[in-house]
Design a protein around this ligand. Structure first.
Ligand code: GAP
Length: 458
């Protein structure tokens, strides 16, 4: 897609999200608050479907435990994990207007290959070699300071350690909550190696330049699973999980050609191998999910810092070992941006232009909308409400709409991505059937009321 079209698509998605109540800018009435967004009604329903779909595929395995660990943890957790020293992004400031930028993003914008995992010395060298090409995107001056590593751990304060409040870290990934509880889960049973621990939860990062709407936020939600295996089996499990995670995206209705694998050129301190699933977002290919082989780094570190034995026992060889970890990690918010970009379409129907979100029925925030043909005919409204209540009881995410003419109601549901609209008219009262209109084709068919559940149950 050409650059202008991509930018337009992003703007259209952001505007649709606000207009229809999916996502609003954070603290908007106070002028906004960078890197934060608030989810509205349809956004919340979409999130719920994304999370439930992910949890379901994890539940399909017999040996994956679920956990909800705290956001606040002992500060030592983040010292042990290496985040207090090694978790940073390359920051460079414009000397003229003082805007902070990610050095790797500035370099990439002029076609120089860089990444945030380079060392401070490496990225400074690259930055210096390309200074003449790099200008500030705000004031357009070419006057930058040197690149320095900006810590990404977000902090808060708690008063539980001393009279004065003390600084604590907000979790930067849910994975650490899993590692520090891995022994608890193993000891509590019935899980044994190989097994996984899955967690969905909020994380916080002091991102230098939050951008691209839901793609890079300062507060976001992760869906992570850490699979603990014997070192001899690690490579096999790594390949299995890579395959499974790519297959998962077809369940969300994502077009195959929009996804690809990308191996990390520079491995982060904890990884033995690392591949990302990338999606072609409106602004280009970028990371959607990381599938990483983390080796025994994390458990060894927590064993060293906590003094607690993290080993498991191998019945086969009668020896103790520190399990290796295969991690799958994806953001809820990034998944939602992908779903919106994947679903957004414009076409013409009945001679009118329309915007439609072609969500797969299992992720669409609303499964079906129920309309009485006319709102001032009590018999129609009563019948429509009866059908609405029955379907809502069954599926939950059903909506009743009697506002405006039918054409307008269709357009509204198309923009929300509702796969089916059900209209109750005078024939319905006599013959017991209703009109079901398909979002994508606009085709309408008469369906018996008793067959409605079957018709919309995807
Ligand atoms: N435990 C590994 C880990 O946290 P990561 O690549 O930093 O790895 C994993 O993050 C996933 O979390 C990413 O693939 C992305 O989907 C999501 N993610 C990371 N940073 C994000 C941000 N600032 N805003 C939204 N989602 C983000």
């Amino acid at each position: 897609m050409e650059k202008q079209k991509q930018q337009d698509l992003m703007e259209k998605i952001v505007s649709l999200c606000k207009r229809r109540g999916f996502v609003f800018p954070g603290s908007e009435i106070y002028g906004g608050f960078a890197g934060t967004y608030d989810y509205g009604h349809y956004g919340v329903l979409l999130r719920k479907n994304v999370i439930e779909t992910w949890q379901q595929v994890m539940r399909d395995h017999d040996n994956i435990a679920f956990i909800e660990s705290s956001i606040f943890t002992a500060p030592r957790v983040w010292e042990a994990s290496g985040h207090t020293t090694g978790f940073s992004d390359p920051l460079v400031s414009c000397k003229k207007c003082r805007t902070n930028h990610r050095a790797d993003h500035l370099l990439e914008a002029v076609g120089v290959k860089a990444d945030e995992k380079m060392s401070e010395a490496q990225i400074n060298k690259l930055f210096d070699e390309n200074r003449d090409k790099l200008k500030c995107s705000v004031c357009e001056k070419k006057d930058f300071g040197s690149v320095r590593a900006k810590k990404l751990l977000a902090t808060s304060t708690l008063g539980m350690f001393a009279e004065d409040d003390q600084e604590v870290y907000l979790r930067a990934e849910t994975a650490q909550g899993i590692y520090i509880n891995y022994k608890n889960i193993l000891d509590a049973g019935p899980f044994s190696i190989p097994f996984g621990i899955a967690q969905v939860g909020k994380v916080f990062r002091n991102e230098i330049s939050p951008r691209q709407f839901l793609f890079r936020k300062r507060e976001f939600e992760q869906m992570e699973m850490q699979y603990f295996v014997h070192p001899r089996d690690a490579k096999d499990f790594y390949e299995k999980w890579k395959e499974e995670r790519m297959t998962y995206y077809s369940k969300l209705g994502i077009k195959k050609e929009k996804l690809r694998w990308k191996r990390h050129d520079n491995l982060v301190f904890y990884a033995k191998d690392a591949w990302d699933i990338q999606y072609e977002f409106p602004f280009g290919w970028d990371e959607l999910e990381g599938v990483h082989y983390r080796g025994d780094y994390d458990l060894n570190q927590h064993q060293k810092y906590s003094g607690v034995d993290m080993s498991a026992y191998d019945e086969e060889t009668k020896t103790h070992f520190i399990p290796h970890v295969v991690e799958t990690s994806v953001g809820v918010d990034r998944t939602i941006l992908m779903l919106l970009a994947n679903a957004y379409d414009e076409d013409e129907m009945g001679g009118e232009k329309r915007v439609v979100l072609r969500f797969a029925p299992n992720v669409a925030p609303i499964k079906a909308a129920v309309f009485p043909l006319l709102r001032n005919k009590p018999q129609l409204v009563e019948k429509a409400r009866e059908i609405f209540r029955a379907l809502k009881k069954m599926f939950g995410n059903i909506i009743f709409d009697d506002n405006g003419n039918i054409g307008k109601r269709y357009r509204r549901q198309d923009e929300i991505g509702t796969p089916f609209c059900i209209t109750i008219d005078f024939d319905s009262l006599e013959k017991g059937d209703v009109t079901v209109r398909d979002r994508d084709s606009g085709k309408q068919e008469r369906v018996k009321i008793e067959d409605l559940v079957k018709k919309i149950n995807f």
